[in-house]
Design a binder for this molecule. Structure first.
Ligand code: CP
Ligand code: NVA
Length: 305
């Protein structure tokens, strides 16, 4: 495993190992322990889009492991692939640092970085996927439900990068995921087929959110307007009417169903304030687990100890 670009590229064993390591490091750091396995190593962090959780959790994770995170604003380097080709950036950075993480618009930017870099490359979100988020999500589900196999997850909203990575993770780890989206905003069929191909879990789609949540253990949503889609905001708000996670929709779900959101949340759109703040919400545990997963990922990809 050189890079971490797409969950579907990983084996079930690699995913399990990452989850186990996340739990072990979480326990270690919460009890005051330290694992300085990345001492003397550096991570370049390239961002084309804003970030709170991903940026800060990677910076803290890298520092926690004894390494140095180097945050690079797009304007500092003249943009990714603008001042110089992506393949040149990948080779130059590989001479300075021990790992590269990147949040980009085009998924092909991270795959090209990985193709030319001799150091590990991490996908910190692209328009196509958000694998670090999905791994923190399954870690959170495992902590709250005690298992992943057979867990029923309902994703209500856009068939976007977050939904796609969740589909890959859920299928590999034996979960049953239903994605409920308005017509025209479903997860692409290619990704659904790829997720379902020869996997333990299953992914299905519906246009009916009430049907999706009916027997769900977990109800999940994300923004209707992802970064880069701001021009479509009005059209999307209209299209997604009826797909809000609110008290009315949750009447169709089991009383104990957990609520998840990758954040940032737009209260009053995809989810109500009441549901974010409800007793069943595990949203902030989910956010915290970004840090614990990121430590495990950096250790697996970059530690030689
Ligand atoms: N969930 C998530 O990736 O948040 P940020 O965009 O703040 O990193
Ligand atoms: N789908 C969202 C996720 C943000 C973490 C976006 O891409 O903007």
């Amino acid at each position: 495993m050189k890079d971490f670009l797409c969950i579907n590229d990983c084996t079930v064993e690699q995913l399990q190992e990452l989850l186990d390591e996340s739990a072990a490091l979480k326990k270690l750091y919460k009890s005051g322990g330290r694992d300085l396995c990345l001492s003397g190593k550096a991570l370049a962090m390239l961002f084309e889009k804003p970030s709170l959780r991903t940026r800060i959790s990677f910076q803290v994770a890298m520092t926690d492991l004894g390494g140095s995170p180097i945050y690079v604003k797009p304007e500092d380097i003249g943009g990714i692939g603008k001042r110089e080709p992506v393949k040149d950036m990948a080779r130059v950075l590989s001479r300075y640092v021990d790992g590269i993480m990147a949040r980009t618009f085009d998924h092909s930017t991270v795959t090209e970085l990985a193709q030319y870099a001799t150091v590990p490359v991490i996908n910190a979100l692209t328009d196509w996927s958000h694998p670090c988020q999905a791994m923190a999500d399954v870690l959170t589900i495992k902590e709250h439900l005690g298992k992943l196999n057979g867990v029923k997850l309902a994703f209500i909203g856009d068939g976007n990068n977050v939904a796609r990575s969740l589909a890959f993770a859920a299928a590999k780890l034996g979960m049953k995921l239903v994605v409920a989206s308005p017509a025209g905003y479903e997860l692409d069929l290619g990704s659904v087929e790829k997720a379902n191909h020869d996997k333990a879990g299953s992914i299905s789609q519906t246009n009916d959110p009430a049907e999706a949540v009916a027997d769900a253990d977990v109800v999940y949503t994300d923004t209707w307007v992802s970064m880069g889609q701001e021009d479509e905001k009005q059209k999307r708000i209209e299209a997604f009417a009826g797909f809000q996670i609110n008290a009315e929709l949750l009447k169709n779900a089991p009383a104990g169903a957990k609520i998840m959101h990758c954040l940032p949340a737009n209260r009053g759109y995809e989810i109500t304030d009441e549901v974010v703040e409800s007793a069943n919400s595990i949203i902030f545990d989910q956010s915290e687990n970004r840090l614990h997963f990121q430590r495990a990922l950096l250790k697996k990809l970059m530690s030689t100890k």
